[in-house]
Ligand binder design. Structure first.
Ligand code: CU
Length: 407
């Protein structure tokens, strides 16, 4: 009887050990993805490198100390485990040891603090800024607004969303704020995080060494679709950036009369312009169609769609505007090809029709916006994000034909 209980226990212990170790190893190895675009250990610009130069040695020192402490604990547990031996002599206080064990960590922390403060001040520098981009967070997407900067060919403000386009080798200063709740901007390859707070402007410096697309996401919990509030920084060579700027300022090209796209423009004027701006778009009577911030939209803003098809993502970079194959061609391009591929924008055969149609059909169904699904249309009389618009499939087809012309 005894023997059988002991063997059952043995099996249970083995099982338990197997479960614990497999869970532990799984957790450990999730940190080893080869394709990890948001890896903080792979800096791609001077600001992120500054942080990395700090975290590498601190991690090493903390790791060594951690190993020493863990080994000492395990050694003590085994060596002095209860084997029925008498209780050892009890000591109260050992000043020399206690003082030593206070002074050593204090010294280590003091050294770390000196380097940390140095890095904080360097990261906060703004007086050598070369380019400014205003960044506004709202539930659940980022707006980028480039003020006039003639030295970069920006002669009129550019407003875009989802993807932050910037030139390489340039000290870019983001001026961040929010239109609703607190968000936080983070592109791990280019710098640390900075909160975007309503009513305040916080600055964050970005600089990329090489052309490439660097992924990030909102890192301050900001409501239901916080996890779907993503962003990408697209770093282009200076020449490619100039081309991008020129295209963003290119005048509106209305679709030819009699085309499906022209019908789409009409639906757009009826259904979408009350929220979305398309620069240069005019109504049938020739007056400019200006999107007034819709009072029913919580943040009072919607993305500017003027050159929608120059970005690769939409709805807070939650969805790709590019089909998987075309997206891979941009993302996996060698660094000297990224710009050329990116500037191709979204061509007809590359458009991810499926997600775009689903978005127009019922945005809150594909991106959670209201806690109560019964309120797909409004929540407390206000929309968060884009509302359900009850469009017919016919109108959706016309709209897609129109949107693809917004290059
Ligand atoms: Cu957010």
């Amino acid at each position: 009887m005894r023997a059988s209980i002991a063997s059952v226990r043995g099996v249970l212990n083995k099982r338990c050990a197997a479960v614990v170790s497999s869970v532990g190893f799984t957790a450990l190895f999730t940190g080893c993805a080869s394709n990890a675009p948001q890896d903080t250990w792979q800096p791609k610009g001077p600001n992120a490198e500054l942080i990395d130069d700090l975290q590498q040695p601190v991690f090493a020192v903390a790791g060594v100390i951690g190993l020493i402490v863990a080994s000492a604990v395990i050694y003590t547990m085994i060596k002095y485990r209860d084997r029925g031996q008498p209780i050892p002599e009890q000591i109260h206080g050992k000043p020399a040891l206690e003082v030593t064990l206070t002074i050593i960590p204090a010294l280590i922390l003091a050294v770390v603090a000196v380097f940390t403060f140095g890095a904080i001040f360097k990261l906060a520098k703004t007086d050598d800024t070369e380019m400014i981009i205003n960044v506004t967070g709202q539930q659940w997407w980022w707006e980028y607004d480039y003020p006039v900067q003639n030295e970069f060919g920006i002669n009129q403000p550019i407003i875009t969303s989802g993807q932050l386009v910037m030139p390489i080798g340039t000290k870019v200063l983001l001026r961040e704020t929010s239109r609703d709740v607190i968000h936080s901007y983070w592109i791990p390859a280019l710098n640390g995080k900075r909160d975007a707070v309503p009513g305040r402007v916080h600055t964050l410096r970005l600089e990329a060494d090489e052309p490439g697309i660097y992924a990030g996401q909102c890192t301050e919990f900001c409501g239901l679709s916080h996890a779907n509030m993503r962003m990408e920084a697209v770093a282009l060579s200076k020449e490619d950036f100039a081309k991008w700027v020129a295209n963003q300022q290119a005048p509106y090209v209305a679709p030819a009369v009699g085309t499906l796209a022209k019908q789409g423009e009409e639906v757009f004027l009826n259904q979408c312009v009350r929220c979305h701006q398309v620069n240069g778009l005019t109504r049938a009577d020739g007056t400019p169609a200006i999107a007034a911030p819709d009072e029913n939209v919580w943040s009072g803003a919607a993305p500017n769609l003027s050159h929608l098809m120059t970005r690769n993502t939409f709805a807070g970079a939650m969805f790709d505007l590019l089909s998987k194959r075309c997206r891979d061609e941009v993302w996996n391009a060698p660094s000297d090809m990224v710009g050329a591929r990116y500037l191709e924008g979204v061509t007809e055969e590359c458009l991810n029709q499926k997600d775009l149609r689903a978005w127009l059909r019922n945005a809150p169904e594909v991106k959670p916006m209201y806690a109560n699904p019964a309120n797909l249309l409004v929540s407390n009389g206000k929309y968060r994000g884009m509302p359900y618009l009850a469009l017919s499939e016919d109108d959706i087809g016309k709209l897609v034909a129109y949107l693809i012309t917004l290059k």
